[in-house]
Design a protein around this ligand. Structure first.
Ligand code: ADP
Length: 472
């Protein structure tokens, strides 16, 4: 129902869109035409200078070029004003026809059949029309060009029009002229055919790509929707399992023997693992479905970093991993989604601790990020456009060729060392989505296996001053 309504609502805007496209095409055409005209004028001027043409040729060419340039503003103005589709189509045909007249005048002034070397101007116009306009129009334009050219050659041959030959040669016999004329006409139609055929193939491929993209989008959307729904359905019973297991483990319903306690601990930790997997899938599918939105607020960075370290402190203490935190003169507050920023920090820090052997070191540092020169700057903390956060560890490291791969869903780097670590392979992919949702970028660096890793992410200080991918 919604589709039908919006379709009807959009009906008039289809014409507006068509009008806009056609106007843009003619505007582009006018620019190309004016550029080509100026080029021709310079060439004519050079020809005059070297005596290849006479001053009356030059004057005629200058007038034709002026006509070709001056015809643009009024025709474009009329094209912009009229709205009737039929009139628009007629006017755009007329614009092409006026253009052909101008080119024909130049060819005529340079000797008619003698000026046949200029017929590639027609070919250029036919190719342009072939690419941007329907197939039929290409052949109509080719016919216009062929008729205009034939007409001046014939009228000149039969002395109905005066001759402006540049070489002062006698006319070729009629048979020769007719043969050349047919050859030019044939070439113009071949050009029309090739350009319209190529354009048709391009159009078909574009349409196919559009359809495939739509099908892919639809499939992706359905998948995300399915995952989001399934995750919801799975989370409720799973929370029951975890909750009741906790109650049993707390011995609220009586003592447990050793095996019962051990098995319940297994159920509890597996349940928690499954829950974190489902939560990650739910968040990821929400991001993909465009349903995860930023809820920006003022975030106190020193506090956020302190709290993030507190979240992993216990794990790190158990494994004698040293934690440190360094803020290099950054501003205290930024505008961001605090919950998501916490999630980003937690994912990176828990990975750093997980993949660092006992007695290692994990540190976080933050710098001002200056978008203008793309460099990290710790000097000017008021005038910067972003914050760069760095999480470094002395852990198992990452093979440089896997540095991009690890950000894809379910990618766990296949090395015998990392396989002993449990995880879902979704944390970094979700982290990347959350950073990108802020308009930022994340990447990793490592000198190789066993040599530690550093994860960097950059986010703008306000979600509006987002540095785009290409800018960073
Ligand atoms: P997982 O749940 O497996 O940790 P992630 O998406 O968080 O999933 O990480 C993907 C993979 O990237 C990990 O399995 C690991 O191979 C690699 N990785 C992530 N962080 C680190 C790190 N700090 N040091 C070494 N390898 C890491």
């Amino acid at each position: 129902m919604i589709v039908t309504v919006s379709k009807h609502k959009n009906m008039p805007s289809i014409d507006a869109e068509f009008h806009r496209k056609l106007y843009r095409r003619h505007f582009q055409g006018a620019l190309i035409r004016s550029g080509a005209c100026l080029f021709m004028w310079v060439a004519a001027w050079v020809a005059l200078f070297f005596g290849a043409i006479q001053s009356y040729h030059f004057t005629g060419i200058t007038i034709s070029i002026l006509y070709l340039i001056l015809v643009n503003p009024p025709t474009l103005w009329i094209l912009k004003k009229i709205t009737d589709r039929h009139h628009i189509e007629l006017l755009s045909l007329l614009i092409n026809f006026l253009e052909i007249l101008g080119y024909t005048a130049i060819i005529y002034l340079l000797g008619g059949m003698e000026g046949a070397y200029l017929t590639p101007i027609y070919a250029a116009l036919i190719i342009y029309v072939g690419v941007v306009a329907p197939r039929k129009l290409t052949f109509i334009i080719a016919s216009f060009c062929a008729s205009c050219f034939s007409l001046i050659v014939l009228l000149e041959y039969f002395n109905i029009l005066p001759s402006f030959a540049t070489f002062n040669r006698n006319h070729l016999p009629f048979v020769n002229q007719a043969t050349q004329l047919f050859a030019v006409i044939a070439i113009l139609f071949v050009v029309a055919f090739i350009s319209s055929y190529t354009a048709q193939l391009l159009r078909q491929n574009r349409q196919k790509l559009r359809e495939q993209n739509m099908a892919l989008d639809k499939a992706n959307h359905s998948k995300s929707e399915f995952l989001a729904n399934m995750s919801h359905e799975l989370r409720t019973p799973l929370n029951h399992i975890i909750g009741f297991t906790e109650l049993l483990l707390d011995k609220n319903f009586g003592e447990l023997n050793e095996s019962q306690e051990e098995y319940l601990c297994d159920v509890h930790s597996s349940g928690n693992h499954l829950l974190s997997l489902i939560n990650d899938i739910l968040d990821l599918s929400k991001v993909e479905a465009g349903k995860l939105e930023l809820q920006p607020s003022s975030v106190n960075l020193p506090e956020l970093f302190k709290n993030s370290l507190t979240m992993i402190k216990e794990k790190a203490l158990k494994r004698e991993i040293n934690l440190s935190n360094k803020l290099n003169g950054i501003r205290d507050t930024i505008t961001a989604d605090e919950r998501k920023l916490k999630q980003i920090m937690y994912n990176l820090l828990s990975n750093a601790v997980k993949f660092t052997p006992n007695g290692g070191h994990v540190s976080i540092s933050a710098h001002a990020y200056n978008r203008e020169d793309g460099k990290v700057s710790a000097t000017d903390n008021n005038n910067n456009s972003g914050i760069m956060v760095r999480v470094t560890d002395t852990g198992i490291g990452i093979n440089p060729e896997n540095l991009d791969r690890i950000f894809s869903p379910f990618e766990q780097v296949e090395s015998s060392k990392s396989r002993k670590f449990n995880g879902t392979g979704l944390g970094l992919s979700l982290t990347k989505s959350l950073v990108e949702l802020h308009g930022g970028r994340i990447w990793a660096e490592s000198e190789g296996i066993g040599r530690g890793s550093t994860f960097y992410f950059v986010i703008p200080t306000t979600p509006e001053s987002i540095p785009s991918d290409s800018e960073m």
